[in-house]
Ligand binder design. Structure first.
Ligand SMILES: Nc1nc2c(ncn2[C@@H]2O[C@H](COP(=O)(O)OP(=O)(O)OP(=O)(O)O)[C@@H](O)[C@H]2O)c(=O)[nH]1
Ligand SMILES: [Mg+2]
Length: 630
């Protein structure tokens, strides 16, 4: 299926033409037929001729017929917004008119690239002048050079040529479809109730596929709804792929809830944007337009009020931050239309969404900086552009921004800007060294502190940055001491004055114990030299001014063996205990070990558990152990 919208000035024959082509009535309302004027969108479809204008093929072409009257511009935009092609109608006897220009400006702002010019009512006047003028107006727009066909809906003249031209238009549409599988975003333009079936919505699906039974989210509320039956052009279907006109029967949503301008989207695949950065392409005639503070933003069949803040004022494309009144499901690269409804003349601007979830503009001058940054971006942003700006993004954020070609993750589902990541990696050692220098008693820099210092959103990223001289151990980061042997644990006296060999590292921590701590540790070691397993009790430690943190630091420096938080022995104690235990009958009980070591249960139990962990002893059932070597 293909979908085209009509466009053109009021009374130029759009609906009459659609009726002539399809045999269906696009003016659905009695009021429209009474007034002979389209007010709201109309829907009709035809089967296209086969190749070379032969017998009817199987391909269908749906029309969204829009009103030409200026009062109904919002309805016109809702019809035109989601379609990839336009049937531009100009009456031979009317010529180029104000709404011809306004509709063309909208087509151009939306970036519609495919279309046909149809000169209608050509039984009433020579189509030549209208054709020439319309082609000249259309040529500089996104439509460029289009085919022109003169028709009369009254005499039928030109309709066969028009059908053939529509066949060529559809062929061009087919060739230009990107083939990239897009997530569904159905722009709702009608909602009604069918007795016995419940809520039905219809809309244009520009891309992606909707399936029977599928769960979709109804924007802007994000309410989940389930499709329970769908139709394409009046025929039931299991699935419909865009571009298409679709009618969906919805479950889980009261009939009065859906309305024109809402959308049904695939969960997780769209950013529900309230703030976005855009590139506005000013019209050639007005390169530096004066924007009002409040505009209307149109995309698909939706529109919402938006505030506009210009980012910098450089010639050429205009960069702006928009703040929407209602969130819209957007991708980077989406084309939106901005309109000043209060303007006297035409005030329609096309814009491209660059960032559907931009960083806040906090500092002074941040706007100008953002404009400078965005001016280097390509027409349609890539994941690399968004990452350069945001530094780090989760895959889900990029996918929701419409980017599916992602770089490899740096940690979990995190993606990083390569330059930023390299800078973080290069900067981590200094951050850790700085922390350790300021707090030499700390067991290292807590991973959480490093995360905060580097302003990272997740500790996993810190872990992923660990490399080279940095080691991560038990939630702490330390600089690996290459010359650890220089300050060998067993031989090291608790020398407070020992020079730092490796700033911030383990070896220097030994050298940089505050003198009172170093002296207290030396006192403990002196006591232990007399009675090796009589670890100082908590009272003694408190008297010496040694808390768990100080003991941990001393232990890390190799000055003490810490078998429990507040149980410390001399560095050689494990070896010495092993030698003593080797003299016992194997296996031995805790009590036997305690007696042999001439110590208390307070020390014996954690010491034996330490020896188990160090694989010096082996734990057996029934409170028994034996030396592993024996
Ligand atoms: N003689 C002649 N009259 C035509 C032709 N096409 C349309 N008309 C007449 O022109 C008038 C307007 O036609 P519509 O089809 O309602 O025009 P429209 O563009 O849909 O108008 P809006 O939807 O209100 O913008 C009607 O009276 C039609 O009968 C044609 O080819 N020849
Ligand atoms: Mg009409």
């Amino acid at each position: 299926m293909h979908v085209v919208a009509t466009a053109g000035h009021v009374d130029h024959g759009k609906s009459t033409l659609v009726r002539a082509l399809t045999g269906m009535e696009p003016d659905r309302w009695a009021e429209e037929r009474r007034r002979g004027m389209t007010i709201d969108l109309g829907y009709a479809w035809m089967t296209l001729p086969g190749p070379d204008g032969g017998p009817a093929g199987s391909e269908q072409l749906a029309f969204v017929d829009v009103p030409g009257h200026e009062r109904f511009v919002p309805n016109m935009l809702a019809g035109l917004g989601p379609v990839p092609a336009v049937l531009f109608v100009v009456a031979a006897d009317g010529g180029w008119m104000p709404q011809s220009a306004e509709h063309l400006a909208a087509v151009d702002a939306l970036g519609v690239r495919h279309g046909l010019l149809v000169i209608t009512r050509s039984d009433l006047a020579d189509p030549g002048p209208a054709t020439r003028q319309a082609l000249a107006e259309i040529a500089p727009t996104s439509l460029g050079r289009v085919e022109a066909v003169a028709v009369s809906a009254v005499t039928g003249q030109g309709l066969d040529e028009l059908r053939a031209a529509l066949g060529r238009l559809v062929a061009a549409l087919r060739d230009s479809s990107s083939g990239i599988s897009q997530p569904a975003r159905l722009w709702i333009d009608r909602s009604f109730t069918i007795r016995g079936a419940g809520t039905v919505v219809t809309g244009t699906l520009p891309a992606g596929t909707v399936r029977d039974g599928q769960e979709l989210l109804l924007t802007p509320s994000s309410q989940p709804v389930r499709v329970r039956g769908l139709q394409a052009l009046g025929e039931p279907a299991d699935r419909v792929a865009g571009v298409a006109r679709v009618a969906l029967n919805l479950r889980g949503v009261p009939a009065d809830v859906p309305a024109r301008g809402m959308a049904l989207i695939e969960p997780g695949r769209w950013t529900l944007a309230t703030e976005l950065d855009v590139r506005i392409t000013p019209p050639a005639a007005d390169p530096q337009p004066k924007f009002p503070a409040e505009l209307l933003l149109h995309i698909g069949a939706a529109r919402t009020h938006t505030r506009l803040r210009l980012l910098g004022t450089t010639p050429g494309p205009i960069f702006a931050r928009l703040r929407l009144r209602d969130p819209l499901p957007l991708h980077a690269g989406d084309r939106v239309l901005l309109r000043d409804p209060g303007a006297a003349g035409l005030a329609i601007y096309g814009a491209t969404v660059l960032d559907p979830d931009p960083p806040p503009l906090a500092r002074r001058g941040a706007g100008a900086a953002a404009a400078a940054e965005l001016s280097a971006w390509p027409a349609v942003p890539t994941a690399a552009d968004l990452l350069r700006r945001h530094k780090l993004l989760r895959a889900a954020q990029l996918v929701a921004a419409g980017l599916t070609e992602l770089p490899a993750p740096v940690a979990g589902d995190w993606r990083a800007d390569p330059a930023h990541w390299a800078a973080l990696r290069a900067g981590l050692p200094a951050v850790v060294a700085d922390f350790c220098a300021k707090d030499p008693l700390a067991p290292g820099m807590p991973t959480e502190a490093a995360r905060a210092a580097l302003k990272l959103p997740s500790r996993d990223l810190v872990t992923a940055l660990v490399s080279g001289d940095i080691v991560q151990d038990g939630g702490y980061l330390r600089i690996f001491a290459r010359q650890a042997g220089d300050a060998g644990p067993a031989s090291a006296p608790a020398a407070a004055a020992q020079p730092a060999r490796n700033p911030g590292g383990t070896a220097s921590a030994a050298g940089r114990l505050p003198p009172n701590i170093a002296a207290a540790v030396q006192t403990v070691l002196d006591d232990l030299a007399r009675d090796p397993f009589a670890a100082p009790d908590t009272e003694r430690l408190r008297a010496l001014g040694l808390d768990a943190k100080a003991l941990a630091t001393a232990a890390r420096a190799g000055l003490l063996l810490r078998v429990a938080d507040l149980v410390v022995l001399a560095p050689g104690a494990a070896k010495r205990a092993a030698a003593t235990l080797a003299e016992l009958d194997q296996p031995f009980t805790t009590s036997q070990a305690r007696q042999a070591l001439r110590t208390s249960r307070r020390v014996a139990i954690p010491l034996l558990e330490y020896l188990d962990r160090a694989r010096i002893t082996e734990r057996l059932p029934g409170d028994l152990r034996r030396l592993r070597d024996s």
